[in-house]
Design a protein around this ligand. Structure first.
Ligand code: COA
Ligand code: ZN
Length: 305
């Protein structure tokens, strides 16, 4: 039997670097993207088109895109956008897939993008129309899908309604983001099972942060519901500068190892993954690295000798 595939998107060069005290140079950002691409990960979120005043670490994402427009760089890339201006900049930079942020709370919409939930929805509908015409794929990510640092726990029916609306509107993927890493596996299982029952799993993805050490457990709960698309971050980098308490994403190091061990196919070469993880740690000085890393490195060294 063919192993079942899980599609991992490494969001380290975006979610990971946006929250770092140290701002990497364009060359460093590009070298990290290349190292992640070398692992075989199916998709990489390489940066965001946001105000450089709001997020200085993401200034120059157009140049990152320019550097990746070469025939030997074949990994599909994603640009995160918060608004219409972001869409226009991403399109001008040659992005083929954008990830637009929706919100399950007004508090987060206001703090992150200076708009309401309803405004973000209207802009996203507009972007979906333009993107169809422009031949650009749109991932709609629902921020604070489980809990908001400003407005408290999220009502799952709010998330279900947004998901239904944007799947119907033609979003290519719909991602539930636990922006501050507050969700627990039971909650994840219930919400993802309900969404999979209504919409099927094909377009659904999850984005977990490991703030309370439940990132991997939440991935497992979503896998059990049938979800086969996950965001994760090289060496566990990550966090939203506008969401107090948010810490790193679930590490690609850990999620790849767990899924491979469970018999799923991720396309990721674990040895190359360790090299990319080392680079992320060297460049930032703060990336925690996956919790499986010490074991995995020892295991790979034993296999090689
Ligand atoms: N990319 C680059 N610049 C942008 C932009 C974008 N997507 N959207 C707006 N701007 C610029 C405007 O041109 C304007 O520039 P100026 O001051 O030089 O004239 C400035 O940002 C303010 O524009 P305005 O429309 O008034 O935006 P705002 O004050 O309402 O701020 C955002 C909204 C979205 C621009 C800003 O909060 C932002 O970029 N946040 C980033 C959110 C983020 O990355 N979160 C983490 C990932 S989810
Ligand atoms: Zn995130």
């Amino acid at each position: 039997m063919m192993p079942e595939k899980v599609v991992i998107t490494d969001v380290g060069p975006r979610d990971g670097l946006q929250n770092q005290p140290k701002i990497l140079s364009l060359e460093q950002r590009i070298s990290l993207v290349h190292a992640i691409a070398a692992t075989g990960v199916p998709q990489i979120e390489v940066g965001s088109f946001v105000s450089p005043k709001a997020v200085p670490a993401m200034a120059g994402t157009d140049q990152v895109f320019a550097a990746l427009q070469s025939a030997d760089f074949v990994t599909p890339t994603i640009a995160l956008i918060p608004n219409m201006k972001g869409y226009e900049l991403a399109r001008a930079a040659g992005a083929k897939t954008v990830c637009m942020v929706l919100y399950a709370s007004d508090g987060m919409a206001e703090k992150n993008a200076v708009m309401s939930m309803a405004e973000a929805e209207l802009i996203t509908l507009e972007i979906l129309k333009l993107a169809k015409h422009d031949g650009i794929a749109v991932i709609a990510t629902i921020a604070v899908a489980f809990e908001c640092p400003f407005d408290g726990p999220t009502d799952p029916t709010v998330v279900e309604a947004i998901a239904a609306k944007f799947i119907a509107a033609g979003a290519d993927e719909l991602v539930l983001a636990d922006t501050i890493g507050a969700a627990h596996p039971q909650q994840v299982r219930e919400l993802t099972a309900a969404l999979v029952a209504t919409h099927g799993a094909e377009k659904l993805g999850c984005h977990f942060h490991d703030t309370r050490a439940m990132g991997l457990a939440n991935v497992y709960a979503a896998v059990e519901s049938g979800i086969r698309r996950f965001d994760s971050s090289i060496a566990g980098l990550g966090g939203c500068p506008f969401a107090p308490g948010a810490s790193g994403n679930v590490a690609t190091d850990d999620i790849a190892m767990m899924l491979e061990q469970m018999g799923f196919e991720t396309g990721i070469d674990l040895e190359k993954l360790m090299q990319a993880s080392d680079l992320a740690q060297t460049l930032t000085g703060t990336a925690p690295g996956g919790r499986s890393k010490a074991w995995l490195q020892g295991h790979l060294a034993k296999k090689a000798s």
